[in-house]
Design a binder for this molecule. Structure first.
Ligand code: DGT
Ligand code: CA
Ligand code: CA
Ligand code: ZN
Length: 582
């Protein structure tokens, strides 16, 4: 059973090649060929190994002859000589520079050529000693911002975005399921709890041949090094730096191990205390009678629901296991009926190539229809975001008419015309009320002036959502997970204002945003604020991020009744109009 590198690994290698070529100052067309191929590989629906075998790789749009050869070599041998040679031309740390917020290929090339910056520590030094600030096109402000990014990267070192590890989890689960000695297997840990970032991945498998399964796991292609290997556990580091722990147990132990290693630690402790009250001990292997206690008979436990039932609890979905009141609710039969991905009927906040998206209106519409959605809200950027090629009144009107025409002519999906309207510094909006009134919906978002004090920022947002045409508030805190802190804002005050004004709050499903954070949705729900799970898609593949948003919504205890885009088309129209007619 050999596993060729997965799509993500191949895409990663193509991306590294593109980056190194950019630092080398290679022909932009050659670089473009690689960046195009990255997206194609990531979103290719089939198995690349099949395409290699069939010799049809080159038929895939976006993959030319040269890149097809490289993918074939990777799939067939697990290596790529061209990539190895290219990497040898640079110090190995140079690619880390791309992880610094605010640095792109062009700037890295200048820094590399002029100041021999090829690592983060060298970058930091040139920021501190004034040499970076002295370069044309850089300046002191850039140097200060880069220092902040470096610091932030340090604090988050070793964590990964959920969106960046989903593919790895699928791949490892599929590989483990394929092994003949594996009976049951599941992801556990923070990943299974739908956390927005993870430190490492945890897997639990049941088997009668622990050694064989542990060895197989450590030998998988994505594994870079084996950190530790014992009789029941193996820890490996994948080639992308992510650590993965696999525990193997007997099938009888599986529900206990799965529950324990899913955590959270706080949930485990509360669960164990509950068992103790019944005169039982609970650990990662079993539920047993506690010594010296006369606990009742222990029921047979085959899976996790059995375990919770034995403790007189409704089954607690992994997403909720943070000891934030889920045990109390499970005891009372008061757990929420969590939203599921299949409940979504449509979605809002999507970009096209009219602003900074990469797909046409038609491509976005067809992709959303292909996902089974009944409606799609289009909201390109507004005119104050020139860097995003924001639309002015005329272009917006042209787009609105194009949407109207499409709705009249096609019935695969209904498009809502909207805008992602900038909230200006003083809380006013980028378009007049008349323009906003011509649209089906308006997402209001902040894209500038992030640094103001909390009171001022809070007033700014509240003023914006007080406008009756603002249907929903986009990415409330502006955070970029692991790279940019949220701006300072009084979130409970904004939630309160959203409730008073009837404004929907977005759960932005971009893997780096997941904003508003899951920790605030219970408060929002209590206040009666509705959620819209939006992908903020800038390309067709971005629509798939909706699944991440659903994970965060579940973690925030939301049900389908709390999420407006679970409503069918005829009802969601009324919700979009509701605030204007209050
Ligand atoms: P992470 O990896 O930092 O994103 O978060 P987790 O929750 O995946 O943490 P991890 O990988 O250290 O451990 C996996 C689970 O194992 C954790 O959620 C609960 C359980 N666990 C680990 N250490 C302890 C402990 O000391 N006590 C208890 N009760 N459970 C633990
Ligand atoms: Ca973990
Ligand atoms: Ca772990
Ligand atoms: Zn935005």
């Amino acid at each position: 059973m050999t596993h060729p590198p997965d799509k993500e690994t191949i895409a990663e290698i193509l991306e590294n090649i593109a980056r190194l070529l950019e630092i080398k100052g290679e022909n932009p067309f050659k670089i473009r060929a690689y960046t195009n191929a990255i997206k194609t590989v990531e979103t290719y629906p089939g198995d690349l190994a099949d395409a290699v075998r069939a010799g049809t790789l080159e038929d895939i749009p976006g993959i030319g002859k040269a890149i097809a050869e490289k993918i074939s070599e990777l799939v067939e041998t697990g290596r790529l000589a061209y990539y190895d040679r290219l990497r040898d031309e640079f110090p190995p740390e140079i690619l880390q520079l791309f992880e610094i917020q605010g640095l792109g290929g062009k700037k890295i090339k200048v820094l590399h050529d002029q100041l021999q910056v090829h690592s983060i520590s060298r970058l930091e030094r040139t920021c501190l000693d004034g040499r970076l600030a002295a370069l044309p096109g850089f300046g002191q402000k850039t140097a200060d911002n880069l220092l902040k990014s470096i610091e932030l990267r340090r604090t988050h070192a070793g964590r990964f975005l959920r969106g960046d590890v989903c593919g790895k989890v699928e791949y490892l689960l599929a590989a483990l399921r394929e092994h003949p000695d594996v009976t049951r297997v599941s992801a556990a840990g923070s990943f299974r709890r739908s956390m927005e970032t993870v430190h490492d991945l945890d897997f639990v498998a049941s088997t009668r041949s622990p050694q064989a399964v542990l060895e197989y796991f450590a030998s998988l292609d994505v594994v870079g090094e084996v950190i530790a290997k014992g009789d029941t556990k193996s820890s490996v580091r994948l080639k992308n730096g992510l650590q993965c722990d696999l525990r193997v147990v007997t099938d009888g132990e599986f529900p206990f191990a799965l529950c324990y290693f899913t955590g959270s630690k706080e949930h485990n402790i509360a669960l164990r205390a509950r068992a103790l009250k019944r005169g039982w001990t609970l650990n990662e292997y079993r539920l047993a009678g506690a010594e010296g206690k006369s606990g009742g008979a222990i029921p047979a436990i085959r899976d996790e629901p059995d375990l919770y039932r034995a403790l007189d609890l409704d089954f607690i979905e992994p997403d909720l296991r943070e000891n934030l009141g889920e045990l109390e609710a499970a005891e009372l039969g008061a757990l929420p009926d969590l939203i599921e991905w299949t409940n979504l009927r449509g979605t809002f906040h999507n970009h096209t190539n009219e602003s900074d998206g990469h797909a046409t209106l038609e491509e976005m519409a067809q992709a959303a229809a292909g996902l089974g959605l009944a409606y799609l809200g289009i909201s390109d950027h507004s005119k104050s975001s020139p860097q995003a090629h924001g639309l002015d009144e005329n272009r917006l009107e042209t787009q609105r008419r194009a949407i109207e025409r499409r709705n009249a002519g096609s019935d695969d999906i209904h498009l809502f015309s909207g805008v992602e309207c900038d909230i200006l510094r003083d809380g006013s909006l980028d378009f007049s009320d008349d323009v906003l009134a011509s649209l089906d919906f308006v997402v209001a978002s902040i894209h500038s002036s992030f640094t103001m004090d909390e009171a001022e920022m809070t007033r700014r947002i509240i003023r914006a959502i007080s406008n009756p045409h603002v249907t929903m508030l986009g990415h409330l805190t502006g955070r970029l997970l692991l790279s940019r802190e949220p701006y300072r804002v009084d979130i409970p005050a904004v939630i309160e204002a959203a409730a008073e004004t009837g404004t929907i709050i977005e759960l932005n499903s971009n893997p780096r945003r997941l904003d508003m954070d899951w920790r605030w949705w219970r408060l929002a729900r209590e206040k009666g604020v509705k959620c819209s799970i939006n992908p903020d898609a800038h390309r067709v593949a971005g629509l798939g991020h909706l699944a991440l948003g659903v994970g965060s919504a579940r973690k925030g205890w939301l049900t389908r009744a709390d999420v407006v885009n679970c409503l069918p088309l005829d009802q969601v129209r009324n919700v979009l109009a509701a605030k204007r007619v209050r």
